[in-house]
Design a binder for this molecule. Structure first.
Ligand SMILES: Cc1ncc(COP(=O)(O)O)c(C=O)c1O
Length: 392
């Protein structure tokens, strides 16, 4: 303690790589939670999480597993083999694709999967391309790992998605490329066939494709394609947080190419020891309840239809093609050039939370907002009424 007096508060080194921006959507979630707890009546279209939980019977199963084994010790670092088998079975049933369970690594949310797979595939100072507007954690995790994010701007012309042609034209070099279809924040999807073109583009140039498939299962007209089908070297990430409605259980998975599987296993042992055990039991069971999960998607579909018809009446006339996930991305340039202030005013005056575009696009996001429609239908209807009144 005596020596401690020699160190002036704030005088020690703090790493430069941890100097990353806050995640605005989560900051808004914290504020909305605090204000709701104090009795404020807010409609939530900010944070991107289902408003429902895992189906009750699956939850009963998880409770029974706690009762039968209160110890809930570690599992294999790559997850329980029985869960990997079930995930592989899901690839066969849903996509008609064969995945070897040995190439599946269960992770602590897909967020844990980003850390493991980025560490396994890239070195410090490698360049990894992200397509803006984009899920902000890609940029921020890459930065924290000393990997350089390279931004490629997308526009409504390509449905806010990259195309092989755009990658050709952007004139940028990189070792990795992250794609996300359906996308957070836009909800847009790659058109049929484009995933294959992008995978081939990457293969020809020695670029590692990283496909974040977090919103697969939540699509409205057609299934999304998985990169597993088109690339033997791609990293595929998925999660139990969205379609499977297990958000706080913190579980996801990776489908890895052979050259990364052992590396990720060793990283996982050392960084996380194992993914959460009780969550794995629930995930194992949830595959018996896909009908209930599909019913949740029908609610999102209804909510989406309401938004697409009501938002233009509230002045949001330029919105993304919401093909999947539970988001629309609205261009609000005609209403503000400060989306952060705009979202705060909306929260304070209309009592509706949304997320400013700056989270997703540092250059153009001052004129956009993300609207999430994962809440109950009656709340979405009420939110639209409030927005119509607020915009007058
Ligand atoms: C595109 C995308 N990927 C990954 C994640 C992280 O999800 P989790 O860590 O809960 O699996 C999210 C969360 O919102 C997301 O939107």
């Amino acid at each position: 303690m005596k020596n401690q007096r020699l160190i002036k508060p704030g005088s020690l080194k703090v790493s430069g790589r941890s100097d990353i921006p806050m995640f605005r959507a989560l900051d808004i979630l914290r504020e909305v939670n605090e204000r709701t707890a104090k009795g404020e009546d807010i409609r939530r279209m900010g944070a991107g999480q289902p408003n429902v939980g895992a189906p009750p019977e699956a939850l009963e199963y998880a409770i029974s597993m706690i009762k039968s084994d209160p110890r809930q010790g570690y599992t294999e670092a790559v997850g329980m083999p029985s869960l990997s088998e079930r995930i592989a079975g899901y690839y066969k049933d849903y996509y008609g694709t064969v995945v070897n369970p040995r190439n599946i690594v269960v992770t602590t949310g897909s967020s844990g999967g980003f850390i493991l797979s980025f560490l396994a595939a890239f070195d410090a100072h490698d360049r990894v391309a992200i397509c803006t507007p984009t899920y902000p954690a890609y940029r921020n995790i890459l930065t924290a790992l000393n990997i350089t994010p390279i931004e490629i701007e997308t526009t409504p012309r390509t449905n806010y998605q990259p195309t092989a042609e755009l990658l050709d034209q952007c004139g940028k070099d990189f070792e990795g490329l992250i794609i996300n279809s359906p996308s957070n924040p836009t909800g847009t999807m790659l058109p049929p066939g484009e995933m294959e073109k992008i995978a081939n583009w990457c293969a020809l140039r020695g670029v590692r494709l990283v496909s974040d498939e977090a919103y697969h299962g939540i699509t409205y007209d057609r299934k999304a394609e998985t990169a597993v089908k088109f690339s033997e070297s791609a990293i595929v990430l998925n999660t139990f947080s969205k379609y499977f409605a297990m958000t706080g259980w913190r579980l996801g998975w990776l489908v890895l190419p052979d050259d990364l599987t052992d590396r990720v296993k060793k990283l996982s042992e050392n960084l996380f020891v194992s993914p959460p055990t009780i969550s794995q039991h629930l995930a194992y069971k949830i595959f018996d309840h896909l009908d209930e999960l599909n019913a949740y998607v029908e609610t999102y579909r209804k909510n989406r239809e309401i938004l697409l018809s009501e938002l233009p009446k509230a002045g949001f006339t330029s919105i993304s093609n919401a093909d999947g996930a539970f988001y629309v991305y609205a261009d609000v340039h005609h209403l503000t050039n400060d989306s952060e202030d705009y979202c705060h005013r909306m929260l304070n005056e209309a009592k509706v939370s949304t997320t400013p575009g700056l989270d997703f696009d540092v250059t153009r996001g001052h004129g956009t907002i993300r609207i999430c429609y994962a809440d109950k239908t009656e709340d979405i209807v009420e939110a639209c009424e409030r927005l119509k009144k607020w915009q007058g």
